[in-house]
Design a protein. Structure first.
Length: 197
């Protein structure tokens, strides 16, 4: 299979003929061709969802829901675009909706001690070393959207344009969130100098 790369704005787009063929086949009624798209993008969708909702089971549900929605709306997909950014935008939006809802419910129902215990359990499951735990907690301490943007950029390694498309924010707003977030992280993690960049 021949895969080529090209630059679109600041984002690198990988041209995958197999992906285009799979989308065309699904549009033509071959639902089994969708398996290729799921297998290619599921891991990244899980990672994006987890980075936002911070719960493995919920992230899996959200990733699966994103693929169901994408399948249902495949007729609106633009064939000249790569499938990845489209599915990533769907899973990001679903995850943001859940995070916003959960934040409202948590503030109403949970006390501070319960929130801290939940956060600590999540950190232990995901991070196996102290530096990773500290970075993770530092990102979690940022305001919600700032933390999501920082995580998508620093951890998931999406470009500004990709994050803007996924979140519905402008690239200028993405850069602003990153700038403010990095300054706060430098203040919190100053002794690590460069470990988290």
């Amino acid at each position: 299979m021949v895969v080529s790369e090209e630059k679109r704005g600041s984002a690198t787009v990988v041209d995958d003929p197999g992906e285009r063929q799979a989308v065309a086949a699904v549009l033509g009624g071959d639902s089994s061709a969708y398996d290729y798209l799921v297998s290619k993008h599921m891991r990244r969708c899980l990672s994006i969802a987890w980075g936002i909702v911070r719960d493995a089971a919920e992230a899996e549900d959200l990733a699966q829901e994103a693929f169901v929605r994408a399948y249902e709306k495949i007729g609106s997909f633009r064939m000249n675009e790569p499938f990845g950014p489209w599915i990533y935008r769907i899973v990001t939006n679903l995850s943001l909706d859940v995070a916003k809802h959960r934040s409202r419910v948590r503030n109403e129902e949970l006390g501070h001690d319960q929130q801290a215990a939940r956060q600590e359990r999540g950190d232990v499951q995901v991070a196996s070393n102290e530096i990773a735990r500290r970075i993770d907690r530092a990102i979690e301490s940022l305001p919600e959207m700032q933390g999501i943007v920082v995580r998508l950029f620093l951890v998931e390694e999406f470009e500004h344009a990709e994050i803007a498309a996924m979140t519905g924010l402008t690239e200028g707003t993405i850069r602003s969130h990153l700038s403010h977030g990095r300054k706060k992280l430098q203040s919190i993690l100053g002794d690590l100098q460069g470990e988290w960049r």
